[in-house]
Design a protein around this ligand. Structure first.
Ligand SMILES: Cc1cc2nc3c(=O)[nH]c(=O)nc-3n(C[C@H](O)[C@H](O)[C@H](O)COP(=O)(O)O)c2cc1C
Length: 350
């Protein structure tokens, strides 16, 4: 692994096999409700450079009868199915298995169980990170899904509800071994405790404890802000690959930069924002498209030195025409294009 870390970009660009299925490389788009929708994934796919994309979390209760043409979350393009993993949340083993059955039937690459979300609406119902307090139930869920589907089964989880300490990480490592024994094929680990949300930096060194406790691939996640952060996460965590969330919204070409050496032209920001609203309109009605664009804005604006004013200007727009006018005025009507920054402005990163 050490020489691989030196050549971390080559390592991340190399293929990996998960449950006998080859994945092009070791970079994943993390699941993000409200951000990782079909339109955004289409934008990411145009830049390429990733191994797998994950949907935002879908309710296991809804998935079996969900209409993909109406739902904003359980929606996809057929072309992306070979590299798309559908994430589900829920707390009932049978319900999770039923949802996974549909996901397999639709042709997704795999299914991902959300054992990491700490939003109170999710945890109150015993789903997401709340399952880390119920190891027996979590195990039953993994087993039920495993018995039902043969596609790759992922579990995304955090350090549990303990302080983000070594004890917490040791507990998470035991959970990891249990997920593997119950039938998981790969793990994505975000080394923060549940109550931590994203306030403190994740402890990348704790990823190593998870990796040491299982033989299935382990992917690290949390606070990758620049390509060079990947090297540090691999060094500390010894993981098999990396899952990137918010930074991919800020710079949707980041996967291509890491794995293909893609160097963006300054026009890329204008192109990306126009493409985002165009693709949102392709997938949704105008009202929904504008609403979804506004969720994208703070992350996109975080890539600029004066991101607050860019964000403010874009968030004022209430129609797609207004958005396009704002984008053109930001990028074309000034002598100097707005100054970009490599490390995002974390005040805009929600
Ligand atoms: C707006 C938003 C929505 C998210 N939704 C989900 C989700 O649906 N499922 C999930 O497992 N994690 C979700 N996450 C957490 C991310 O997958 C990821 O673990 C977290 O953002 C840390 O990674 P990052 O620093 O690369 O963004 C979400 C994060 C954000 C910012």
């Amino acid at each position: 692994m050490n020489s691989q870390i030196e050549n971390y970009k080559t390592f991340l660009a190399s293929p990996i096999t998960i449950k006998g299925k080859k994945v092009k490389n070791r970079l994943f788009l993390a699941p993000m409700a409200g951000l990782g929708h079909a339109a955004f994934r289409e934008l990411i796919s145009e830049f390429g450079g990733f191994g797998l994309l994950f949907t935002g979390m879908c309710s296991a209760k809804a998935v079996p009868q969900e209409n993909r043409n109406i739902s904003t979350v359980f929606r996809w393009r057929d072309e992306e199915l070979p590299y798309l993993v559908c994430q589900i949340f829920g707390s009932e083993p049978d319900g999770m298995a039923l949802a996974a059955e549909r996901i397999e039937r639709e042709g997704f690459f795999g299914v991902d169980l959300n054992f990491g979300c700490c939003a109170s609406a999710i945890c109150k119902k015993g789903s997401g990170a709340a399952l880390l307090k119920e190891p027996e139930l979590a195990k039953k869920i993994v087993e039920a899904v495993r018995q039902t589907v043969s596609i790759p089964l992922f579990v995304k989880f955090r350090i549990g509800w303990e302080e983000n300490s070594l004890d917490g990480a040791i507990h998470a490592a035991k959970m990891a071994a249990m997920f593997q024994a119950a039938g998981a094929d790969a793990l994505v680990f975000h080394p923060r405790s549940a109550p931590d949300r994203r306030l403190r930096p994740p402890k990348w060194e704790h990823i190593r404890l998870i990796k040491d406790s299982v033989s299935i691939p382990v992917f690290g996640n949390g606070n990758i802000f620049e390509p060079s952060d990947c090297k540090k996460m691999l060094q500390l965590g010894n993981c098999d690959g990396i899952s990137i969330g918010r930074m991919a919204v800020s710079k949707p070409w980041i996967f291509s930069t890491i794995s293909n050496g893609f160097l963006p032209h300054p026009d890329i920001y204008q192109h990306t924002s126009i493409r985002m609203i165009t693709l949102l309109l392709k997938h949704h009605d105008e009202r929904t498209a504008v609403k979804m664009f506004k969720k994208f804005v703070p992350y996109f604006a975080a890539g600029f030195k004066f991101g607050h004013s860019i964000s403010k200007q874009l968030l004022k727009s209430d129609s797609t025409d207004e958005i396009l006018k704002s984008v053109n005025s930001i990028f074309s009507e000034h002598a100097q294009p707005p100054e970009t920054i490599d490390r995002p402005n974390l005040h805009l990163f929600l």
